[in-house]
Design a protein around this ligand. Structure first.
Ligand code: G16
Ligand code: MG
Length: 218
């Protein structure tokens, strides 16, 4: 039966991708090239340093490690500055209501985010209390699509992978969930999230009963 839900942060609970994009675009522009919106899509769910490597490859720029660390630090500083404009109203539609329904049903909730800023952001949008456990970029050694992040979450919550449903907006995140033996619900475009077991466009009107029936019917 369904015992736990694991949530990605960026693109599932809140749209921080827009701020990542602004900050990374400034990084690219400081190096003399631009970063398009489509290119930014490639960075979803990918760690900070891996994202920088992808951006440098786009601009055909090679840098030493020290410079890369410096650029990533400046980017993160700018990203956090941009995030300060977020409020609890920025929680994506239906998320709070869905989490309330999980809470009432006694289903555990955890976070599985590649971000090292996950707690800071959850506090800003006042969502930290919903999540019993947090697995973030500070804890994992292997990024999505490796299942480590979600397997750690299941273990923290003391449930089996097959008792978990993962909510993800990134292809790499859906792959991580599936590789961990969990059900994956994609949040976004079904033509992109083809490996997900089910895709929703928003949490608005998502009924827990539908998930139970889809994946856990006796
Ligand atoms: C998020 C974003 C990625 C970002 C990563 C690391 O992952 O989707 O674009 O690069 O976190 O973020 P930070 O620089 O804050 O450590 P997720 O897994 O929450 O979608
Ligand atoms: Mg995401």
């Amino acid at each position: 039966s369904l015992k736990a839900c694991l949530f990605d942060l960026d693109g599932v609970i809140v749209d921080t991708a827009q701020y990542h994009y602004i900050a990374w675009r400034e990084t690219a522009q400081s190096l003399g090239f631009d970063l398009t919106h489509a290119q930014n899509e490639l960075l979803k769910g990918i760690s900070r340093m891996e994202s920088l490597d992808i951006i440098l490859a786009i601009g055909n720029v090679e840098l030493d490690l020290e410079t890369k660390v410096q650029l990533a630090t400046v980017k993160n500083f700018r990203y956090l500055e941009l995030c300060q404009q977020m409020t609890p109203d920025d929680v994506l539609p239906g998320v709070r209501e869905f989490m309330d329904s999980l809470r009432s049903a006694g289903i555990k909730m955890g976070l599985g985010s590649a971000s090292k800023n996950a707690e800071t952001i959850l506090k800003r949008i006042e969502m930290l209390d919903y999540l019993e456990i947090i697995v973030d970029g500070n804890r994992i050694t292997k990024g999505k699509p490796d299942p480590e992040i979600f397997l750690m979450g299941a273990e923290d919550l003391d449930v089996l992978p097959e008792e978990c449903v993962v909510f993800e907006d990134a292809v790499a995140g859906v792959q991580a969930a599936k590789a961990g033996g969990m059900k994956a619900i994609g949040v976004g475009d079904p033509t992109i999230l083809t490996e997900a077991d089910f895709v929703i466009s928003t949490f608005k009107s998502l009924d827990l009963k539908v998930i139970q029936q889809l994946f856990f019917a006796a």
